[in-house]
Structures are given as structure tokens and as C-alpha cells.
Design a protein. Structure first.
Length: 269
């Protein structure tokens, strides 16, 4: 269910694509992934490893502390920086790899990635390392475009963000559609044309706002959205010969379209 703040565009890009922080929902998801490890690992051994080589404490102290006494306070403590909690994740993944417990390593990373994707957390476990998949500049680009937009353009961008951010039923296909529609609305408004192709040509030739290669690049993006095989503005594809848009494509299109909107606004001003 989409709540009021989401339906009417009050959700912020920094809430939809989360980086450089760790909200409570993500903290809880990470702890649940740690909790699931207890079914697969040698608890005393990993307690000692965390105690001695991560917390840098005396080895004899670990036996009196339970797994939860060590992991839970660290993960859930608001005073501990978000990146240090990610350090603990990397430490354990590296530990599993070193002792050649590849099944636990793979399962732990897979569960974390699944939760990070579900909660729109801008990080993934790639090659046993926590890797950012979203830059702060990308979020700033989205925020700038939405804050400066008006009317239909603002509505399209808010809808694109909403479809991307919906944790229960994300709609990447319609997020892409709304992103490109925001660009179309702005170009038509600036050029006084009803068709995006004609508007791009007018912005290139009459107004001098677009370099020919930029115009060609965005025309190709528009063609990608409208191509039947992409499944964006046509029927959804199935799993057999098919194409279904993903989170990464929807985020790419939203970031690209907002950057293009910011560029046009700057040039037009």
C-alpha cells in the first residue's frame, strides 16, 4: 500500500535511494541476516574471531559474551557510525572466505543483497566487498530536478521516484516511462512543440541548447523506451525471449533524465 506521503510526492530521493546512513529498517534487516547465521556457523569460533580481530579485545573475554551480546549492540547502536557496521559485514564475509566456508559466505551475502535491494539501500555485496551502487551526486541530481520542476514535469518525476521507491510492489517499467515523460514535457514546453522528436530538433537548431551528439544520445534513449522489445511502453515480456526492466535501469533512467533536465534548465536560463 502506498501511503499519503508517497502518493502525493512528499517522499524525498534520499529516502527512496538510501546512502551514507543506516535507517532503523535497514539496521533490523542486517541484524536478521546476522541472526540467520547462527544456523550455519560455529558460534564460539566466530565469537572469538569478532572479539579478538574486529573489536580488538582480549581473547579470554569472548566466552562470557553471547553471540547476541556481541553483534546486536553493535549493529543496533545509533552512536556507532553506519560505515563501521558495514565494516563488520565485510569482516565476517572475509572470515568465511578465509576458512573456506563458501556456502555461509554466499548465503550471507545473498540475504544481505536481497534485503538491500528490497529497502532501496544504495549498497551491494560484490566480490565479497560492500560496494556503493548509488553516488551521492545521483541523488542530488534527482533532488535538484524535482525541487525546480513545476506542473506536469514535477508530477512525472514524483511518479518515477514513487514507482522506484515502492518497497512492496516496485514498478520499474512505469518509473522509466515517467522519467522519459518528464523530459518530454520539459522539451515540448521549451520548444513549443507537441512531439519530443521535433522538440529536440528545435532545441538543437533553433535555440542552440543542444549539441547534435547530445540530441542524438537522448533520441536513442527515447527510442529505447518506445521500442517494442524493451517492454517499456508496450506489453510486458515474459521469461522466454523476453525483457523486463530492472531496478538498475529504472534508477539509471531517473538519474539520466533528471541530469538532462537540470542541464536544459541551466542552458535555458
Amino acid at each position: 500500500m502506498n501511503l499519503f506521503s508517497e502518493r502525493y510526492g512528499y517522499i524525498k530521493p534520499s529516502e527512496a535511494i538510501i546512502v551514507e546512513c543506516m535507517p532503523k529498517g535497514i539496521v533490523n534487516a542486517i541484524f536478521n541476516c546476522f541472526d540467520n547465521l547462527k544456523y550455519d556457523i560455529d558460534i564460539p569460533e566466530i565469537q572469538r574471531e569478532v572479539c579478538v580481530h574486529f573489536f580488538n579485545e582480549k581473547g579470554e573475554g569472548f566466552s562470557s559474551r553471547s553471540y547476541y551480546d556481541m553483534i546486536n549492540p553493535y549493529i543496533t547502536n545509533d552512536k556507532i557510525e553506519w560505515y563501521k557496521k558495514l565494516d563488520l559485514i565485510e569482516f565476517l564475509i572475509d572470515y568465511f572466505y578465509r576458512i573456506r566456508d563458501f556456502s555461509s559466505c554466499k548465503r550471507f551475502a545473498s540475504e544481505l543483497n536481497s534485503e538491500f535491494e528490497r529497502l532501496n539501500y544504495g549498497y551491494r555485496i560484490i566480490n565479497n566487498r560492500v560496494t556503493p551502487i548509488t553516488a551521492k551526486e545521483e541523488i542530488e541530481s534527482i533532488e535538484e530536478a524535482i525541487n525546480n520542476a513545476k506542473g506536469n514535469i514535477k508530477e512525472h518525476l514524483n511518479r518515477a521516484l514513487l514507482h522506484l521507491a515502492d518497497k512492496e510492489a516496485p514498478d520499474y517499467r512505469n518509473s522509466i516511462k515517467e522519467s522519459i515523460s518528464a523530459v518530454g514535457a520539459l522539451c515540448r514546453e521549451m520548444a513549443g512543440e507537441n512531439d519530443l522528436g521535433k522538440a529536440l530538433s528545435a532545441l538543437e537548431k533553433k535555440h542552440g541548447l543542444l549539441h547534435p551528439q547530445l540530441k542524438a544520445a537522448f533520441s536513442n534513449l527515447y527510442n529505447y523506451v518506445n521500442e517494442k522489445q524493451s517492454g517499456i511502453r508496450h506489453e510486458l515480456m515474459d521469461e522466454n525471449g523476453t525483457y523486463v526492466p530492472t531496478y538498475h535501469e529504472a534508477k539509471f533512467m531517473l538519474v539520466t533524465c533528471t541530469a538532462f533536465i537540470n542541464y536544459l534548465n541551466g542552458k535555458f536560463a
